[in-house]
Design a protein around this ligand. Structure first.
Ligand code: NAD
Length: 349
């Protein structure tokens, strides 16, 4: 296994990790350790090129800095990516080799699950390094973060709805959910219980069939999710889905979802605002998962109290962001970034 540092002006440290003997090529990006060790998940994806993987890890790790600060955690922002198809290319030896690369960073980056990874994979990584969370067993194990992530998104959805309409009752509201994976599925459960009507899509047809059966929802092809007649759009699959092509298609009044980096560019946040669509910044709406993971990293024994206190504080932060954005007539994303940057300066002082 070889780990080499890559020059960066925007990040504290970026590494290329390579081990041809196990098919490993990936990157680790530490965006900021101002608030504590950098924490953020490990993603495995069939990237088209190493440039694409590097771009993704840089954006994702920066997002983690904002997310951890917004959630009031003593953690910095980091992320790791491995190039490859998790269904075909993932192996215990590849994960162990990646784990040995983590050891060379002496705890400055702590990994956990992201797309393409599971608690079982984290257990393999834990065989080689202590710098991993999201484990299914152990004294402080926090397990799958997705249910808490979904709970946080559901809370954010109610807050954004109340901000727009004066009520947080979602009954009969039509919600378009993109992605029925871990987060999307749990969110659909919460929305169904709240009486919302769902329109869903996923690239996985079997998942769509199961959702129709379980939630009694309707489904559309993935390309049509942006233009469906709905009140709320909830991106819960991939990043960059709010862009110059999709935003003009939206018929919704609110966008609140779990995917990281939903805005392709900051201009897209402004475009949503100009169209009168209220956007709950992703790194605030989806902070529940990292709050859950933080209990493991920080060895917190009363996990449920910690999680509910941090989720409540995150709700207050979102309310304040939306109020300020409305008062200043700007995009909530711009306010959210300014708010967390200010918070970081204060906390670091
Ligand atoms: P997942 O891999 O379990 O689910 C993603 C789902 O999206 C899959 O069912 C996949 O088939 C589907 N999908 C992929 N591309 C799609 C497309 N173009 N259109 C429609 N569906 C598509 O991942 P997850 O854990 O549910 O995470 C979803 C998103 O939320 C990711 O962006 C992730 O980074 C983010 N997120 C997850 C957590 C967490 O706790 N799991 C926390 C914070 C953020």
């Amino acid at each position: 296994m070889a780990i080499t540092i890559i020059d960066s002006d925007s990040h504290e440290e970026i590494y290329r990790v390579e081990d041809p003997s196990v098919g490993l090529l990936g990157f680790i990006a530490i965006h900021s350790t101002t608030l504590g060790p950098a924490a953020g998940g490990l993603r495995m994806k069939p990237y088209c090129s190493s440039d694409e993987a590097l771009k993704d890890v840089k954006r994702l790790s920066e997002g983690m800095t904002y997310k951890n600060a917004a959630a009031g955690l003593s953690l910095g922002g980091g992320k790791a990516v491995i190039m490859g198809d998790p269904a075909k290319d993932k192996s215990p030896n590849l994960l162990r080799s990646f784990a040995r690369a983590l050891n060379t960073l002496n705890g400055r980056y702590i990994t956990a699950e992201d797309m393409g990874m599971s608690p079982d994979d984290m257990a393999v990584i834990a065989e080689e390094t202590p710098n991993v969370a999201g484990l299914a067993s152990g004294t402080y194990a926090s397990g799958d973060p997705s249910p808490i992530t979904a709970q946080g998104i559901f809370n954010a959805l109610k807050i954004a709805h109340a901000h727009k309409y004066g009520t947080n009752i979602l009954s009969k509201r039509r919600v378009a959910v993109q992605g029925l994976g871990h987060v999307g599925w749990y969110l659909c459960e919460l929305l169904t219980d709240a009486g919302a009507e769902l329109i869903v899509c996923d690239i996985n047809d079997a998942q769509v069939e199961q959702a129709i059966e379980r939630f009694g929802c309707s489904a559309v092809p993935t390309s049509e999710i942006y233009s469906v007649d709905a009140d709320i759009f909830s991106p819960c699959a991939i990043g960059g889905v709010l862009n110059s092509e999709t935003i003009p298609q939206l018929k919704v009044a609110l966008v609140v979802g779990g995917a990281n980096n939903q805005l392709a560019t900051p201009e897209d946040g402004r475009a949503l605002h100009e169209r009168g669509i209220l956007y709950a910044p992703d790194f605030v709406a989806n902070g529940g998962g990292i709050i859950n993971v933080a209990t493991e990293i920080q060895r917190i024994s009363d996990r449920s109290t910690f999680v509910s206190q941090k989720l409540n504080a995150l709700e207050q932060t979102l309310m304040q962001i939306l109020r300020q954005a409305t008062a200043e007539n700007v995009s909530p994303d711009a306010i959210a970034i300014a708010t967390v940057s200010e918070k970081m300066v204060k906390l670091a002082a």
